[in-house]
Design a protein around this ligand. Structure first.
Ligand SMILES: Nc1ncnc2c1ncn2[C@@H]1O[C@H](COP(=O)(O)OP(=O)(O)OP(=O)(O)O)[C@@H](O)[C@H]1O
Length: 375
């Protein structure tokens, strides 16, 4: 009997990502290993209820632990693990697949320190991961600030810790457990913010060192996979806390949409993300070519030629120029670009515009000038 279909689907998705990574790293493939027989323990879900502490017997799972870990010094991939079903299913699949491909796999679990007992829980998750064959495994405590609200502050601290761990261990990539459901939520959140196509494109499967192998799979699959392999999971109470926007989207908004618009909303939103990604990529490429043509010097653009561009391309050129002059990407919003755009399309001699990061945009003699004050 082969593995549970959800386990097989997750392994396949992870294998694809790891194979790409191994090819990029120039790793030599080892001979393919046959799927091991499923063990009888692939039945009960040990702990999946909200707030459940980790229990379970590591010796009983998962099915088919890697036989021989990849040689020391082989390229290392880290998995970012919260302890939830998505990232646990991902970590187990990576531990199963990586040695066959000549990669080592480790994990980092970040302790945000936002709940009582979080350090103990992070230590338990780390221990669990070690018992699953991942190495190295670290539980990293972080200090979460306040900038941008609680979700953004936790995310910033988490990614800083993941980046630092990846650098320190020389990892070739960090895997994240986002699923198609997370993607649908991201698209809805972007839509509600009134964002452009780049935001509606959701999360990319690959960005820098980060990869999201499960982006085409349902959250239900990761739960089923953990259940089938008797992997204890921990549900972050924040995921169900209505104080968090994403939680409300997950538990209230999406179910209502599914109910009233018919099934398949999550899939449709994920498809929307893919289509918008292609559109946004094409527009970015166009803007990059147009910018080369319009640049008249360091931080200066030909305003007359800018006016001839379609708005979607023009705004992208303006954004690029503002970023190049030193605007922080996270602080530059559509409303800033709309006012800069008026220097091109609604010119009536208005004065310099002050953009985030101390950048100033002015129009002089048919030229837009972006400069950081004091430069
Ligand atoms: N505390 C953490 N430590 C390490 N990685 C994390 C942590 N929290 C989230 N991640 C990574 O980011 C991904 C998305 O996290 P998020 O909280 O948005 O989703 P989730 O549905 O709660 O995922 P999961 O079921 O894995 O907890 C996780 O799958 C994991 O890869």
């Amino acid at each position: 009997m082969g593995p549970h279909p959800a386990v097989a689907a997750i392994r396949l998705a992870v294998r694809r990502t790891l194979t790409d990574l191994a090819a990029e790293a120039g790793t030599t493939f080892t001979a393919p290993v046959r799927e091991p027989r499923q063990r009888p323990a692939e039945a009960p879900l040990v702990a999946a209820a909200v707030g459940t502490t980790l229990i379970g017997n590591a010796a009983r799972h998962p099915s088919g632990l890697p036989r021989t870990p990849a040689a020391p010094g082989s390229p290392l991939v880290l998995v970012a693990v919260s302890g939830g079903a998505d990232s646990m299913a991902l970590a187990v699949a990576a531990a199963f697949e990586a040695p066959k491909i000549g990669l080592r796999v480790g994990a980092v679990t970040v302790d945000h320190g936002l709940q009582p007992g979080s350090a103990d829980r992070a230590a338990q998750v780390a221990e669990r991961l070690r018992s699953l064959g991942l190495d190295p495994v670290e539980a990293v405590p972080v200090l979460v600030g306040r900038a941008g609200g609680p979700e953004a502050a936790a995310r910033d601290a988490r990614y800083a810790a993941l980046d630092e761990a990846a650098e320190r261990h020389g990892a070739i990539a960090v895997l994240l457990g986002h699923t198609r459901d997370d993607q649908a939520e991201t698209v809805l959140l972007g839509l509600a913010r009134g964002s452009g196509s780049r935001s509606l494109a959701g999360m990319p499967a690959q960005k820098g060192r980060y990869r999201r192998p499960l982006l085409e799979l349902d959250r239900a699959a990761t739960r089923q996979a953990c259940s089938a392999q008797a992997i204890p999971v921990w549900d972050d109470p924040h995921n169900c806390d209505p104080a968090y926007t994403r939680s409300r989207v997950r538990h209230e908004v999406l179910p209502v949409l599914e109910k009233h618009l018919g099934g398949g909303v999550v899939e449709a939103l994920a498809r929307t993300a893919r289509l918008f990604r292609d559109d946004a990529d094409a527009l970015d490429q166009w803007a990059s070519l147009a910018e080369r043509d319009l640049r008249t010097g360091e931080g200066t653009l030909d305003a007359v030629k800018l006016a001839e561009l379609p708005p979607a391309v023009r705004r992208r050129v303006l954004r690029r120029a503002a970023l190049r002059a030193g605007c922080p990407a996270g602080d530059l919003f559509a409303r800033h670009l709309e006012t800069v755009d008026l220097l091109v399309t609604g010119w009536r001699g208005q004065g310099p515009l002050h953009l985030p990061g101390g950048v100033e945009a002015t129009r002089r003699c048919g030229t837009l000038v972006f400069r950081r004050q004091g430069d």
